[in-house]
Design a protein around this ligand. Structure first.
Ligand SMILES: [Zn+2]
Ligand SMILES: [Zn+2]
Length: 327
């Protein structure tokens, strides 16, 4: 009942409407409307309460470090390296936003957008790929990003069909472990991590600027989506967070996949949450409880109020954890 199948088109239009509410402003497309108490969910993509106040999406430019910016619009946070060599962008949000994203970048640089690096295959990070590619940008990602974008996908945790991307949207440079961009006086290093949010995640490190873009292994201020059907899992999420923490110090600026610009202390708190919710779910599963029984236990009331009003309701997050840990 919770996870009805829906089309990407419906979800995308719902997403562009749903940005009116702050709770969904920096999240993935919203497939289900929830009551924000997390105990009910309906697959009504367009609800009057959000539709009537829908503004045009705008792109905010947030300076992160010298030559590094974060763009916030709709979909995953974009990272930018801007300098004399040109522009490198990390993730591309949704196709309808490309012109606004490119216009925002033009205010920072008159140089071309030479590279687009995708942190993973999800359409709220790759939806603008084709437009960037058609403008001459070279798209780079882990092998599994191209692989998944090349074929129809079904995201079980959201009940969502995602059709294969057009050839122009696909990364044309792919890597298996890591890749470096010697660009704008920096060695920008993208490293694939073991399956976490998906099986194609990369974290992107700017060692000189002391910035890390985490992709969707980090949702700041909301429960993270874990795409189990794309190979993700909470153990991998925790391990990937540890990879980021090992690169960070107290001055590091951390661009999360979703949510506000962050830092090491907040990421450590997020890691603590992941470990706690995992052990609670593991303990509940070991009692032999069914998912319906576990849902009545309200395992994470301490986190639900702050993290359960974003992309995932507490119930959705609980179901994903259950599916992950009972595989
Ligand atoms: Zn995302
Ligand atoms: Zn994602």
């Amino acid at each position: 009942m919770l996870f009805l199948r829906s089309t990407v088109a419906a979800v995308l239009s719902a997403s562009l409407i749903a940005i009116a509410t702050p709770a969904t402003a920096h999240t993935h497309a919203q497939p289900n409307h929830t009551d924000h108490n997390g105990h009910d969910s309906h697959n009504t993509a367009t609800t009057p309460d959000t539709a009537e106040v829908a503004p045009e999406p705008t792109i905010s430019i947030i300076p992160v470090a010298d030559g590094v910016y974060m763009l916030v619009g709709e979909g995953g946070n974009i990272g930018l390296s801007v300098g004399e060599d040109g522009v490198l962008a990390i993730d591309s949000q949704f196709a309808p936003l490309t012109e606004k994203i490119q216009a925002a970048i033009t205010t920072l640089s008159d140089q071309p957008i030479r590279f687009l690096l995708n942190t993973h295959w999800h359409f709220d990070h790759t939806g603008g790929n084709e437009n960037f590619s058609n403008s001459g940008t070279v798209i780079v990602a882990h092998n599994n990003v191209r692989e998944r974008m090349s074929r129809d996908q079904f995201i079980a945790g959201l009940g969502m069909d995602v059709p294969a991307s057009t050839p122009a949207a696909l990364p044309i440079v792919t890597f298996s472990e890591d890749i470096s961009f010697h660009f704008n006086g920096e060695t920008i290093h993208a490293t694939h991590v073991n399956p976490a949010h998906t099986d194609g995640d990369s974290i992107v490190h700017f060692p000189t600027a002391n910035v890390i873009h985490t992709g969707d292994i980090y949702f700041n201020g909301l429960y993270p989506f874990i795409d189990v059907s794309s190979g993700g899992g909470i153990d991998g999420m925790i391990a990937a967070v540890d990879r980021v923490l090992a690169l960070a110090d107290d001055e590091t600026q951390i661009i999360p996949g979703h949510g506000a610009l962050s830092n090491k202390a907040e990421l450590e708190e997020y890691r603590g949450m992941l470990v706690t919710v995992r052990s609670r779910m593991q303990a509940a599963i070991e009692t032999g409880a069914s998912i319906d029984q576990i849902l009545t236990m309200d395992l994470n009331t301490d986190y639900d109020a702050t993290l359960g009003n974003g992309f995932l309701s507490p119930e959705q997050f609980t179901r994903i954890l259950y599916a992950d840990l009972t595989r």
